[in-house]
Design a protein around this ligand. Structure first.
Ligand code: FES
Length: 151
């Protein structure tokens, strides 16, 4: 749990942040443990969040919705100056990156779907010929990966 620098007031309780963001308190604590969110502590050891935490949580949720792993979201946030909450320009840039990653995952899933379509009505599950058993259409030679153990 870090102290928030910059002298800006942290006024939101975790309950406020949960209510306004629609994210459960447990998820907010989880984000904090993972280093995605930061808070100050009151003298009574209560968490307080700055108002920009709302936008930060919105960024995390939208990124997660696109399927971005938390570790990658953390890396993206850490790449911003002073780990600031993404500005409009930051989000425009990062969302372009997320879009490219989404395109790659869609292409990979379409490839997988095509391979699976070839299996429908087949049933061979051949380690030699089934595309899903051997996605690159070749058996690894001495490297990591599945080996042919039957035909
Ligand atoms: S099950 Fe026969 S090609 Fe996949």
């Amino acid at each position: 749990m870090g102290q928030i620098g910059g002298g800006r007031h942290a006024t939101l309780t975790v309950g406020d942040l949960a209510a306004r963001s629609g994210v459960a308190v447990s998820a907010l604590h989880f984000y904090e443990r993972k280093g995605l969110l930061d808070s100050e502590r009151t003298s009574g050891n209560q968490r307080r969040y700055r108002r920009d935490a709302l936008r930060r949580v919105a960024f995390i949720r939208v990124s997660q919705r696109v399927g971005i792993p938390l570790a990658d979201i953390r890396t993206a946030l850490a790449s911003l100056p002073e780990e600031r909450t993404p500005t409009k320009a930051d989000w425009a840039r990062l969302s372009r990156v997320w879009r490219e990653e989404l395109d790659e995952r869609i292409a990979a899933l379409e490839h997988l779907r095509n391979d699976l379509t070839g299996c429908i009505g087949c049933g061979c599950l051949s380690l030699r010929t089934c595309a899903l058993q051997n996605p690159d259409d070749q058996l690894g030679e001495g490297g990591i990966g599945p080996r042919r153990w039957q035909d």
